[in-house]
Design a binder for this molecule. Structure first.
Ligand code: PEP
Length: 253
């Protein structure tokens, strides 16, 4: 069944104490929101917060995600955190290929293939991000860019593994800028993504794939974006750092 998902990417924000307070508020307030059976909320705090936040979550609607993981299983990789470590800390999901990681840490499709393998081996949900830069959209290359990002990393998966993936379309020009893709732009790209998935894996798998929109989602624009036919929820950055805003966005799904 295609799931509706609202995921909050906290990036490198909050110290542990503030992160625990934020997660605790979300955990409490979410219980007052009526969510359908097919709807889930995910929060992705920094690595350092995961143990503490995992201990306080007691809503079955709230899942925990990491923002990244290592390409490797274990060993001499100073500073890295393996997918197994994250699974043991209580993570249900891992964000992969966020545009900030692609831009600042040079994450390529080859790197993402390895990370994806680690996440799947450890039975977590990969939230795979894709999205074009402004110049690419202006040149009309946005569909090709997104198709390449998706096909290079996800299209060698088995049907069974692909079915575990959540796709997040995040146009880079909309991330953290306050500029949101229009409802039409979001729907157009989500429909395109579903089409290429269908061509590769068939209609049934495409229909069941959750495709989230990310890029300056806030309480005012969430409901229109989420009402688009192929938009199954959102990956939310800045607005996920305030419990009230995040809850308002969850209420819009
Ligand atoms: C993100 O970082 O994934 C994101 C969508 O950020 P923002 O909502 O702040 O644009």
């Amino acid at each position: 069944m295609r799931k509706k998902i609202i995921a909050g990417n906290w990036k490198m924000n909050t110290i542990v104490e503030d992160g625990v307070t934020l997660a605790s508020s979300i955990n409490t307030e979410i219980k007052n929101v009526t969510l359908r059976d097919d709807t889930f909320v995910i929060i992705a705090p920094p690595f350092t917060h995961l143990t503490f936040i995992n201990q306080l979550i007691d809503s079955d609607k709230l899942l925990l995600a990491a923002q990244n993981c290592s390409t490797e299983t274990k060993g001499a990789y100073t500073g890295e955190v393996s997918a197994e470590m994250l699974k043991i800390l209580g993570c249900d999901a891992v964000i992969l290929g966020h545009s900030e990681r692609r831009a600042y840490y040079h994450e390529t499709s080859d790197i993402l293939i390895k990370k994806l393998d680690q996440v799947l081996k450890n039975h977590m949900i990969p939230i795979f991000c894709c999205g074009e830069m402004l110049e690419q959209r202006e040149k009309g290359e946005h569909f090709k860019v997104v198709e390449n990002q998706i096909s290079e990393v996800l299209f060698d998966l088995s049907e069974e593994d692909f079915s575990k993936v959540v796709v997040a379309y995040e146009p880079v020009w909309a991330i953290g800028t306050g500029v949101t893709a229009s409802n039409e732009q979001a729907q157009e790209m989500h429909a395109f993504i579903r089409k290429i998935i269908s061509e590769k894996f068939g209609n049934n798998i495409a229909d069941n794939t959750s495709i989230l929109y990310g890029g300056s989602v806030n309480p005012s624009n969430a409901s229109e974006l989420f009402s688009q036919k192929d938009v199954d929820g959102g990956l939310v950055g800045g607005a996920s750092l305030k419990a009230d805003n995040f809850i308002n966005i969850i209420e819009a799904i």
